[in-house]
Design a protein around this ligand. Sequence first.
Ligand code: C6P
Length: 411
Amino acid sequence: MIDAQKIRQEFPILDQEVNDEPLVYLDNAATTQKPRAVLQSLNRYYERDNANVHRGVHTLAERATAEFEAARQKVQKFINANEAAEVLFTRGTTTSLNWVARSYGDAFVKEGDEIVISYMEHHSNIIPWQQLAKRKKAVLKYIEITEEGFLDMTSAKEQITDKTAIVSIAHVSNVLGVINRVAKLAELAHQHGAVMVVDGAQSVPHMPVDVQAINADFYCFSGHKMCGPTGIGILYGKRQWLDQMEPVEFGGEMIDFVHLQDSTWKELPWKFEAGTPNIGDAIALGSAVDYLSELGLENIHNYEAELVAYVLPRLQEIGGLTIFGPQNPQEHTGVIAFNLDGVHPHDLATALDMEGVAVRAGHHCAQPLLNYLNVPATARASFYFYNTKNDADRLVEAIMAAKEFFANGAI
Ligand code: C6P
């Protein structure tokens, strides 16, 4: 069970006023707040154990290395990877996707091959594939979205063919709030000899994820969206592929032997991690994994579903408010994008901020999706396990107040 009131006490940042109102933080899809346990873990590392990893023989270096590798093992267990060597530390989802496009893509994609993504992808899951397609003279194809805002599985079956080399899809959309059937898509991809890449930026923080059950070849996510620090993320890859792939970056840490004209690489996972890694943040990400595991991802998922079941019908009652994605709360995650008739989303977000309610407005790094939906921008509220029904009420009240304010032409 999630007791949000109690949990909030562990997030010091939530206890503040913004524009003379208690803060309601509903921008969790952009980044989440950090509990004391994670902040303390970061502090403890720098106050006690700070040293470079994998090179020193002194005690601090050994401690830092042990904690860094323990964090990798925590992540392995968290996503049920087969072995810790399949878990690579990166800067975040964006870097992870770029590494797959650069390393797997450059090695395995040939001229005329097809890469299949969808209209609901984040720019980080579009541009690396555009660039790969250009380098390789490959073709980038898009799966359609249904009227209700789901990934169209009929379109997926049409787009994924024997020409497909890579399918790369978000597990959860950062705009429509839908959960995509990535295991089914992986099955389709594999039937046609393609690999399945999953953008897990919006899923791993909110629900149990088992990369082996999905049968993903690659799975990418960010630490900062799951109570961890910024600047650290994960690329999971099956050993079968990582073993055959070349590193994207070269330098210290990742080499075995360096000769004058050639060099050899360390074994997995270190061959991909050139230079001094982001040790402190990786260790703090391990603490975030501990923290979320303690709460239970199933509990987090159920609690967020409860919040959505509470807030969505209330939002639907507001005249002139358009909600994007499925209208049935059971099919919608805690990412809720909306527009108020006649009010620019940026103005709406500013008005909500005046009430202490933090939401995001803009294209959410998903311009092809917004073009597809035929809107230039939306506002977006995104919930996490430390949000309460009171936060939901405050959002609804703030939108109603903004509606009245703009209707009366008060500016
Ligand atoms: N979406 C949002 O407000 P990074 O920036 O590398 O941690 O994550 C990129 C990313 C990739 N895929 C999806 C589905 C995402 O939602 C994001 C980040 C944030 O929606 C910032 S644009």
